[in-house]
Design a protein around this ligand. Structure first.
Ligand code: BTN
Length: 251
């Protein structure tokens, strides 16, 4: 599905380049990767730290030739994180890998605990039609230290495994992620939803939202999470969180 591949030494963001290439109309599916990003971005307007030649920065681009069901866009979100999750587990079975809602990949080992990968999905609409989707994946591989604002939550495979990964391993991860993404991206949301939900293991967990503690009641097939807040001085209240809102918890 992703036979058209582009690799660059430096880009602003692989999502930007994938979007630009798709808009030329020459390609329907493509994958863009780079050694370095000068304006790597994350969800919620965050910067994605993208130093040269240590990590994986890649974006899948899909130009939709037929009408996309809106729930299929949730498939792309889940496909991104499940692909990284599966690829890392396959190559390094000793690592404890988890997905944090909605699509962050975390790991814990005796050496470290934290976020190793994130997924940024950007859909382009013409009226109510989604005409293209870009799924950007950043995976921290050989990064040894992180900027002050994320140093307590970000980590890398190198820190977890206590050794540098060699070029062949990095390439293998990229190939495995691409194979898995190609497979997942073609699945209907009705198939993807249980896979994603089962790996999230959120039900019954205590999470924080807007500074308050909640218990997760359920993860819905709309991608939303239902939370119940129980406080001695307040009535218990149920609220619903969307994938673009933040939940704080340790996966
Ligand atoms: C997040 O967790 O906030 C999402 C991070 C996504 C980062 C990747 S790196 C490749 C692609 N290009 C970008 O600018 N962002 C995504």
């Amino acid at each position: 599905m992703f036979d058209t591949k582009f690799h660059y030494p430096t880009v602003t963001s692989t999502n930007d380049v994938a979007k630009e290439l798709l808009s030329s109309g020459q390609y329907t599916n493509l994958v863009v990767s780079a050694n370095e990003q000068t304006k790597g971005r994350g969800r919620s307007g965050n910067v994605w730290d993208s130093p040269v030649s240590v990590n994986l920065y890649m974006s899948f681009g899909l130009r939709h030739l037929s009408e996309q069901k809106l729930d299929h866009l949730l498939t792309y979100q889940a496909a991104g994180c499940l692909s990284v999750y599966g690829a890392v587990k396959e190559l390094f079975p000793s690592l404890d890998v988890k997905i944090k809602y909605p699509n962050d990949v975390y790991l814990s080992s005796k050496a470290t605990e934290g976020k190793i990968a994130g997924v940024l999905v950007e859909n382009e609409f013409s009226g109510s039609q989604c005409i293209s989707s870009i799924i950007g994946i950043g995976l921290n591989i050989n990064q040894g230290s992180f900027p002050a604002d994320i140093q307590n939550k970000a980590t890398s495979l190198k820190i977890a495994l206590e050794r540098e990964l060699v070029y062949e391993e990095i390439l293998k991860l990229q190939v495995l992620i691409t194979e898995r993404f190609s497979d997942y991206a073609q699945k209907k949301w009705v198939e993807m939803y249980p896979l994603w939900k089962n790996i999230l293991k959120l039900r019954g967990k205590t999470v924080q939202h807007d500074g308050k503690d909640y218990v997760v009641e359920d993860v819905l097939n709309t991608g939303q999470v239902v939370l119940t807040h129980q406080h001695p001085n307040e009535n218990s209240a149920t609220i619903t969180i969307s994938p673009n809102q933040s939940l704080t918890y340790v996966p």
